[in-house]
Ligand binder design. Structure first.
Ligand code: PLP
Length: 372
């Protein structure tokens, strides 16, 4: 029992003296919104994503809406995405007035099954939205190939995958990329989002939409929004981006240590690492299969008893709630792989704040509970 020790939490938010210094710099500058620190953050993010443009917005959900609106997606259009994701993916599609459809996922890497997505494409389909879930990139070569053949735009939900790569190329550079900087994401600004793109026209349109559709002062050219990020938030982001490589390396090393301790536990499947794709381990998610000595809920309880946090991301298909059931713009085709995965996934602590001892406690907790 570990009641005398601090629990090993599923997430931890860490900022340091670099964030503090930059936030103070903004406070003293008197320029709090859409100013020089936002520009500095955008330049840093574009460099990290290897894209021509990075447009900061107020959160990751907005980034998804902005990408779709920037591409001209709206009422009458269909967007094909994954049913195994955070609800923001779905809500963003609905916010634009478009219709959401769901293709099944790959049972190994939990990202979009591109063949299944292709089968849903019809005359009104405008975009495909893969989700780089848990930090594992979707199979972007296949997604882009499918989208090109079908004439679709690609919008990447990269909210959990800052710095992840496919064949040496950063996520967010394959289509229009959407990132979140929510408190627990790999890069945080508290709340925040970024859209990345190489398309000058899409970038210009999103910049217009972000600031009330205003081109020059009080010159409105399109009905817009207030999607602006503050310089205070951007300051935190600038410091975080400087540490991105270290953050990613720590998460990957923690995942290696968990793999080494858990790979042989009967009934447990450790995360798949697809060839050519760099998993940045926003979450370390195992599957608790029917052969495991305990079911998932019992395992969560046993881990909690020894002070190890865990979480279910996500317990149900994203549209499997009453508020979406009869929604006229939510089309739910059967996705049996995703339905099975929802019942088996369990995320274990992997964040950079963990010590080797913390990781050993996670491994020991799981092994002991499952009698391995
Ligand atoms: C966090 C997240 C979002 C939304 O980001 P917010 O900044 O919370 O609005 C979208 N998609 C996925 C997969 C996420 O994990």
């Amino acid at each position: 029992m570990s009641a005398d020790r601090a629990p090993v939490n599923i997430s931890a938010v860490r900022t340091g003296p670099e964030e503090e210094a930059l936030v103070l710099e903004v406070l003293r500058s008197g320029h709090l919104v859409q100013g020089p620190m936002v520009e500095r953050f955008e330049a840093g993010f574009a460099a990290v994503s290897e894209t021509a443009h990075a447009i900061a917005v107020n959160n990751g959900t907005t980034a998804l809406v902005a990408a779709l609106e920037g591409l001209g997606v709206g009422p009458g259009d269909e967007v094909v995405t994954s049913p195994f994701t955070f609800v923001a993916t779905l809500n963003a599609i609905l916010e634009t007035g478009a219709t959401a459809r769901f293709a099944d996922i790959d049972g190994a890497d939990f990202t979009l099954d591109v063949g299944a997505a292709a089968a849903l494409v019809g005359p009104t389909t405008r975009a495909v939205m893969p989700v780089h879930l848990y930090g594992q990139p979707a199979d972007m070569a296949a997604v882009v190939g499918m989208a090109d053949r079908a004439g679709l735009a690609v919008v990447e939900d990269a909210a959990q995958a800052h710095g992840a790569e496919v064949d040496g190329r950063r996520v967010g550079s394959f289509g229009v990329g959407c990132f979140s900087m929510y408190g627990t994401k790999n890069v945080t600004t508290g709340e925040g989002g970024v859209v990345t793109t190489d398309d000058d026209d899409v970038a210009a349109r999103i910049r217009l939409l972000r600031n009330q559709g205003m081109r020059a002062r009080y010159e409105y050219v399109v009905p817009g929004h207030n999607w602006r990020l503050t310089d205070l938030q951007a300051a935190i982001g600038v410091a975080q981006l400087d540490r991105l490589d270290a953050i990613t390396a720590a998460r990957r090393a923690n995942a290696d240590r968990l793999d080494a301790g858990l790979a042989d536990v009967p009934g447990l499947t450790v995360p798949h690492r697809a060839a050519g794709r760099t998993h940045v381990f926003h979450q370390y998610t195992v599957r608790v299969g029917p052969e495991a000595a305990l079911d998932r809920d019992a395992l969560i309880g046993r881990l909690a008893d020894v002070g190890v946090g865990s979480g279910i991301y996500y317990p149900r298909l994203v549209h499997d709630y009453d508020c979406y059931r009869d929604h006229p713009r939510v089309v739910a085709d059967p996705t049996p792989v995703a339905a099975r995965v929802c019942a088996e996934v369990l995320s274990l602590p992997v964040h950079p704040g963990l010590s080797p001892d913390d990781l050993d406690r996670v491994v020991d907790g799981v092994r002991t509970a499952l009698g391995a």
